[in-house]
Design a protein around this ligand. Structure first.
Ligand SMILES: Cc1cc2nc3c(=O)[nH]c(=O)nc-3n(C[C@H](O)[C@H](O)[C@H](O)COP(=O)(O)O)c2cc1C
Ligand SMILES: O=C(O)C(=O)c1ccccc1
Length: 364
């Protein structure tokens, strides 16, 4: 019986093959940011209020214009079929079962259309901008035609971060799997490896456009008929530019510590970004969220919702759709309990006053 999200990871460490395990769990270089994403949550304390009638606690909230059962959603992670044969289809079904949002990676091993068929739940598409703009335009249009409710444009990946285990393993997508959203010509290119790099880094370098700039954000917005969010904002400066660019939200993310190492944890910069957008657009967060109390802290510091990356992969590997459902149930129960114990009966009851620095000494 798994008692917390880390138990799913420990199971995967024993059972998943090395190529996939290392790819999923690794971060960039020394993984300073990976560790920091976790530790920074632990340096915050919760300031509980008592005598608040928590006989009925509700985690229901709104995500852009949609109602969800919980502010805990699913981040885009590439190549989920390495974790389980049903991959993204199983994840989408679990998200629908628990009435939360799934963000599908552009680099999924099940196509946009197949995921849409598998689940009628709330879905967003994570978008990479390809050197080939027609490929990019088609992805946006296919997602819209399939009922995806928003586009999350990833802005922290002009090139792939340097993940040492993938370099040593010469990461490759197993030959029976494909990047399902692309033509067979594109699919052929992942795998094997260039000298001194992972197969994936070489593929990214060949496909993704490192010239991406604010002008391209305007271009994506001109095509999209659904809200466009920027995923990978870490500073007040970029948050203000995002508001000026007219996007519909930002996701505070350091890509799970997989892109540039030594950037701050996401929870440490959340409030800076939240203050910079000044209520103009919603702010979301991902990175290191493993506990109901982490979710509570992020909401108190301004996040409307949070997204889980690696825990979904570990749960998917454990038991497919049922595994992801079980994992969501576990952390949702932790959030419900944290809310009850902190005196918050609804998401709107969680305020800035409910968190503080761990070692805060009150003035006497
Ligand atoms: C294996 C893996 C693959 C990922 N693939 C993508 C991707 O295709 N697109 C993207 O925008 N982010 C991707 N991410 C980043 C996640 O969306 C998210 O930012 C991060 O995993 C959150 O941190 P967590 O894993 O600590 O929860 C990936 C992360 C992991 C671990
Ligand atoms: O591995 C990743 O973190 C990731 O985001 C990615 C980027 C490009 C292709 C596949 C995955």
């Amino acid at each position: 019986m798994f008692a917390c999200l880390d138990d799913f990871e420990r199971h995967a460490e024993r059972t998943l093959d090395r190529n996939a395990l290392d790819y999923y769990r690794s971060g960039a270089q020394d993984m300073v940011t990976v560790r920091e994403n976790r530790r920074a949550f632990d340096r915050l304390c919760i300031r509980p209020r008592v005598l608040r009638d928590v006989s009925s606690v509700s985690t229901v909230t709104r995500l852009l214009d949609h109602s969800v059962a919980s502010p805990i959603c699913i981040a885009p992670t590439a190549m989920q079929r390495m974790a389980h044969p049903e991959g993204e289809l199983a994840t989408a079904r679990a998200a629908e079962r628990r009435a939360t949002c799934m963000v599908l990676s552009s680099w999924s091993t099940a196509s946009i259309e197949d995921v849409a068929h598998a689940s009628a739940g709330l879905k967003w598409l994570q978008l990479y901008v390809y050197k080939d703009r027609e490929t990019t335009r088609r992805l946006i249009e296919r997602a819209q035609d399939s009922g995806f409710a928003a586009i999350a444009l990833t802005v922290d990946t002009p090139e792939l971060g340097r993940r040492l285990p993938d370099i040593r393993n010469r990461f490759r997508l197993p030959p029976h799997l494909t990047m399902a959203n692309f033509s067979s010509a594109d699919k052929a290119q992942v795998g094997g490896s260039e000298e001194g790099n992972s197969g994936l880094a070489a593929y990214v370098a060949s496909q993704i456009d490192p010239s991406l700039s604010w002008a391209d954000v305007a271009w994506v917005k001109s095509i999209a008929r659904v809200p466009v969010l920027l995923k990978g904002i870490l500073t007040a400066e970029d948050a203000r530019l995002a508001v000026q660019a007219g996007v519909d939200g930002v996701i505070v993310s350091n890509h799970g510590g997989r892109q540039i190492d030594s950037v701050p944890s996401t929870i440490a910069v959340l409030e800076e970004v939240f203050c910079a957008v000044n209520g103009a657009i919603p702010v979301f967060l991902d990175g290191g969220v493993r506990r109901g109390t982490d979710v509570f802290k992020a909401l108190a510091l301004g996040a409307r919702a949070v997204f889980l990356g690696r825990p979904v992969l570990w749960a998917l590997h454990y038991k497919g759709e049922d595994g992801v459902t079980e994992m969501l149930d576990l952390i949702n129960e932790e959030l419900r309990l944290a809310m009850a114990l902190a005196g918050c009966a609804s998401i709107a009851d969680i305020t800035r006053q409910h968190v503080g620095p761990l070692a805060h000494l009150p003035r006497l």
